[in-house]
Design a protein around this ligand. Structure first.
Ligand SMILES: C[S@@+](CC[C@H](N)C(=O)[O-])C[C@H]1O[C@@H](n2cnc3c(N)ncnc32)[C@H](O)[C@@H]1O
Length: 330
């Protein structure tokens, strides 16, 4: 009897623990199908079903959940409208939105985490398909860019930089922002994914001082030194065994007293441990993505490559996400 009661309590606790998932699921579906736009003004469910060509019973159920979660409300004429619009993801129209983060979590992170039993039993890993996922990943990185850019900008001013290299530049967001502000700085972005490099090159077209190179950084042999190199959200693409060689090669292309900033979640940080451990759990499900290091491991790594750690600061404290600034020893 005592056991049964305890079991019931445990089940109840797990059920309650899972409620936040419902909010994310509801917001994800709404973003994916642009339903928060559809219900921006009071409208009948049948009309949305017709206009968006969606199966009505499932749509009605999604609306019911939305009403329970207070994402939506129904008026006396049975029309439905969003509430607390500030909290919901914006329109799914290609520009980066909090919905892209939901999309990445729901389509990439959660399915990977759910495959743990299968992977452990089969002693296998998935293969990360960067062709498929790079555009979503690039969009979510753009969200972080909003927070990180001011720190990068401060470094550019402080160190009187004239050349910048962005490794794994994604869609070139940092480079474009810098190009807008600093016409006199030479900016180079290297990106391995062809589609992503192409979209960075298109975005960079109006700026004469930005060059986008479609290449694996391993094969990129610049004929000059860079005063500032950015390694933003890239470490998890490198096998920890290869990271030492990567930083040594990096050392060779940085000017004397030049700086490098590394943006990454860090393991075992004082804050955000849950988040970074979830990240590493996700990375580990792929045979071509790798766990991010702890601050201590990163410090040792860059020191061995000839850099001095100047500063480690949190970008998203609760997310365990940091920017680490290192400098080439004179
Ligand atoms: C998570 S995204 C980050 C994009 C950007 N740095 C940012 O922080 O917004 C990482 C990017 O690095 C690129 N990448 C991964 N390995 C690379 C390599 N070996 N050489 C060049 N680019 C690489 C990926 O294709 C992807 O676009």
């Amino acid at each position: 009897m005592i056991n049964e009661v305890a079991n019931m309590w445990k089940a109840r606790t797990w059920m309650k623990n899972n409620v936040p998932f419902l909010y994310s699921w509801h917001a994800y579906v709404g973003f994916e199908l642009n339903l928060f736009e559809a219900f921006k003004r009071p409208v009948r469910i049948e009309d949305v079903s017709d206009a968006y060509d969606l199966e009505i019973e499932l749509l009605e159920q999604w609306v019911e959940v939305g009403i329970a979660l207070k994402h939506l409300k129904r008026d006396e004429r049975s029309r439905v409208k969003i509430v607390r619009a500030w909290k919901l993801p914006g329109a799914n129209n290609g520009s980066p939105s909090s919905g892209d983060l939901l999309k990445e979590m729901m389509e990439l992170h959660i399915p990977s985490l759910l495959s743990y039993p299968e992977l452990m039993k089969n002693k296998s890993r998935h293969h990360f398909n960067s062709e498929k996922h790079a555009p979503t990943v690039a969009k979510t990185s753009t969200l972080l860019e909003l927070l990180a850019f001011r720190i990068i900008d401060r470094n550019v001013k402080q160190h009187k930089i004239s050349t910048i290299l962005d490794i794994g530049c994604g869609e070139g967001g940092y480079l474009i922002k810098l190009a807008k502000k600093y016409k006199e700085i030479d900016l180079v972005g290297v990106e391995i994914n062809e589609d992503v490099a192409q979209s960075a090159a298109e975005a960079a077209q109006p700026y004469d001082n930005v060059e986008i190179v479609h290449s694996d950084i391993e094969n990129y042999k610049p004929d000059r030194f860079f005063d500032y190199v950015m390694v933003n959200n890239l470490l998890h693409y490198f096998d920890p065994e290869e990271r030492k060689a990567f930083f040594s090669r990096l050392h060779n292309v940085v000017s004397h007293n030049g700086i490098v900033t590394i943006i990454s979640p860090l393991q075992k940080a004082k804050h955000g441990q849950q988040f970074s451990s979830a990240f590493n759990s996700f990375f580990l499900t792929f045979d071509n993505l790798y766990p991010v290091p702890s601050e201590k491991e990163l410090r040792e790594l860059v020191k061995k490559a000839g850099f001095k750690v100047k500063n480690v600061s949190a970008i998203i404290r609760e997310g365990g996400w940091f920017i680490v600034k290192i400098q080439k020893q004179a």
